[in-house]
Structure formats: C-alpha cells, structure tokens
Write a protein that binds this ligand. Sequence first.
Ligand code: P6P
Length: 347
Amino acid sequence: MENINRVVTLGQFIIERQKEFPYSKGQLSRLLRDIGIASKIVNREVNKAGLVNILGDAGATNVQGEDVKKLDVFANEQFIAALNAGGECCAVASEEDEDIIPIYSEISKDAKYVVLIDPLDGSSNIDVNVSIGTIFSIYRRTSFNGPGTLEDCLQPGSEQVGAGYVVYGSSTMLVYTTGHGVNGFTLDPSIGEFCLSHPDMRIPENGTIYSVNEGNYVDFPEGIKKYIKYCQEPDKKTKRPYSSRYIGSMVADFHRNLIKGGVFIYPATGKAPEGKLRLGYECNPLSFIIEQAGGKSTDGFNRILDLKPKTLHQRTPVVMGSKNMVEKVEEFLRTYSPVKPVEYFIG
Ligand code: P6P
C-alpha cells in the first residue's frame, strides 16, 4: 500500500521533478540544492540571533570574541559561498553588493545559470523578532562562456527558469517554482531537512486582505487612495470591509497572501517615484511565483515579468496577489491615475 504519510524532502522532490526538464543534466537541481543548504545555515543563525549578540552592527564581537557580522552580511556570504562551491552558477547579483559577483573556477567553468538574490529581506525586523526572508531568482546565462556578465543578470522576469523564497518565521519554509507550479517545504529541525508540506500552492482568485503601508497615504497616486477607501467600505456581496494586514517584511506579507488570498501594494510615491521594491531580486521572483500559483503581478499598468531591467538595483511599483484584487487596483489606477506611476511623479 502506498505510504500516504511518506515524507518527501526537498532533495527527493527536486530529483523526482527533474523529469520535467528532459534535457537537464541536473544542473538546476544541484543549484536548488545549494540554495537549500545555505538557507538551513542562515536559518540556524536567524533562530539564535538574539543569543549571540549577532544583532549588533558589524564590528561587534560575540561570546567567543569573534567578530560578529550583521545577519544580512552573514546571509549574503553564506549564499555566495554555497553558489561558488556548487559549480552551477557563473554570477550572483545580490541586494548587498553594488555590482555583480562573477564566478569562474575549474568546477564552474561550464556553469549555465546566474542567481539574483536578496539574502535577508526585511532584516530591519530581526531586532523585533518579526519574520524575515530570502528571495532568489534563477536565469540561464545568455553569455557563452567565462564568468557571468551584467547582461546575464538584466533579463526580463519572464526569462526566469526558477524562483523562490525562504520565510524565517514561526517555522522556516522554502517555497519555489521552476515554471511547473509552486511547492512549499517546511524545515524539520529534528532531521535538518526541508519537507514537502504545501504541494501545488494556489492563491485564491479573490481575497479579503490588503497589504499596504498606509502611513504613506497622502503621498499615494489618487487611484491607490480610492482603492484603499474601496477596501474600507462595507459591502456584504464583496465581503468588504477587507482586513488591513501589513508586516513590513515583504516575504512575510507575500507568503500570508499566497496562502489566504489578498493583494500586496507598494506603489510609487512622491518620495519613491519608482516605488521602493527592487525589480530583480524582489518583484520578479515573487511575480514568477504568484503567476505560477494563479495570481497576478503588475506595476499597476504593466506585467512585472515583461519589464526590461536597465540597472541591477532598479525599483518598481508593484501590485501583486489574488488575480481579481490586482485587476480591481488596476481599474482604480486607470480611472483615477491614468499614467504609469513613474511618469505620474516624475512628469
Ligand atoms: P516600508 C523591508 O525593508 C522591505 O524591503 C520589504 O521587505 C518590505 O515590504 C518593505 O521594505 C517595507 O517598506 O516603507 O513600508 O517600511
């Protein structure tokens, strides 16, 4: 009889799903494995952050008298080291580094992939014990050989071959897609393995949660202001008023909305005319995931995955989540703020 309680680890799952890539020789599988290993190391440090005074600014020392790195610096080093050692990656673009980190060594001379990563998004929340996350995006290189190039890292999100995030919360989960649906794995600390816990994740087409920093309300485009008021109006048929839920940690807000349904909005504002969130290693990977889960992600006017990045740390306004909720936001923007936000604020 099939064992219905069979534990499927991330490693087993990746190998079993490798059949979806008939021409793959396992490089993408090994790359995902490398990211999973680094995530477990980062998780260990995130979980004990308060104990070893790792929260302090770089330059502090821990109980062993070792120089303590801030967690986001530590996380960045762990992911880069894992990708370097794994041999499947020819360049990394990180939120922590101004320029790309080309990788070229005996073991990675045939590497086919580049990785864009936010090693520890929302790290300002560590000190108050709020969930934080890692976000990663994987592209096939467009250059032919040698170390990866900047152009390899400036591809539109529609070219991603993989994307995922780790949310270090009440439990630690890794959620990823390679274009064949979205699957979530929960870390079982007793065996040190990510285990399949959320197979084939789908976001509800409708939801009753809106996530936006309403502290910026006066600075929002008119269409966003009107949408927020729409969310707050009582209407039984559409289950309004909706609930306002905003953690201020993108991965945590995204993960909740993916499971429960909802819309996450970080619009352009006067202070941030191109939005705050980064296209390459925040919005593109999460947009790939949300579309694979049946949701939608735009900048209010254009599909995020169609945007052609011009610079590595480029920002974009973003409206992502349940399909029908995103489309309602777009309707308000078209009606009340009928220009792309960047033009709206930059003129
Ligand atoms: P604000 C965290 O700093 C972050 O990059 C995202 O994780 C989060 O969604 C956003 O910024 C919060 O920004 O301006 O609302 O504090």
